[in-house]
Design a protein around this ligand. Sequence first.
Ligand SMILES: [Zn+2]
Length: 179
Amino acid sequence: MNEKSIDDRFRDSETGKLIDHCLVCKSELVLSGSEYFVERIFRRVPDLEIIEPIFEYAMCKACAENMRNDLSKESLRSIEAYFLNNLQKNEFTASNTDTCLMTGKPIESSAEFSFHAHCLGDKMMESIFPYAISDKAMDEISELLSQETIDQLDDFKGKYFTGPPELADILNPKRFVPL
Ligand SMILES: [Zn+2]
């Protein structure tokens, strides 16, 4: 598997540094050489022609697995089937953040989107990662989730979102679906 240094797309937008602690368990990730995931969620502000980060975080592998295990089997199966179907259908094997991994929608034309990386210490690994998820895919994924799962994701957002309140309203809790 190829390793690359973690570029600006997956760094803290304010400091330019690596996001080095797990959102959930707070463990250190970079110096310890841990395996973890980075997600950064953005929105496009059309009138201003700017892209604004809504939330960015890292999550260690153990916490990501715990989160998956906490979801209802039904939701998890639906999400996995959606993921596999789209991967096979679209053959988006190249790692990039220009188009949505699931729908092929250009990120340029997405009002809201997220970037995902799979990291080991100070490197990111290339597989289907890094990838981007568009607003279109989020809408499709939302329809697959049980009410129980949506409530769980809402709780998660309430517990861990640390950004400004005006962005809390904008952040779709379904972005926390572990993909
Ligand atoms: Zn953790």
